[in-house]
Design a protein around this ligand. Sequence first.
Ligand code: AMP
Length: 125
Amino acid sequence: MAVDAALPYDDQNIFARILRGEIPARKVHEDDWALAFHDINPQAPTHVLVIPKGAYVSWDDFSARASDAEIAGFVRAVGHVAREAGLVAPGYRLLANTGTDSHQEVPHLHVHIFAGRALGPMLAG
Ligand code: AMP
């Protein structure tokens, strides 16, 4: 179900639980600012999610409230994950669903990294 990105942060959301180690994830990277792990229902041969360590509902919340250090650390982590996976030359797509119309399902900011095949036109469905 899509979430309202304007709601307050819910610390029981599934990505908060992954950050606390309460449920497992197939981690690909972790640093002070971000955690990256494989999406449980991949939509491309490579489908990795990168989330900030801080409690932010969405891209909107993060861009408004996060510190400069958190924003820099998170953006660098996304780039690092893609580079380390060898995705720069073939190419990759980033997506951050925000709110109801985007069909955001998990109310903790996550950037999807899609790669591994020609990804086609930008919007579907
Ligand atoms: P979004 O629609 O942008 O909110 O995307 C949420 C994504 O989280 C979907 O692609 C789900 O497959 C993925 N997801 C949900 N639960 C898990 C989980 N426990 N581990 C990894 N990915 C998950």
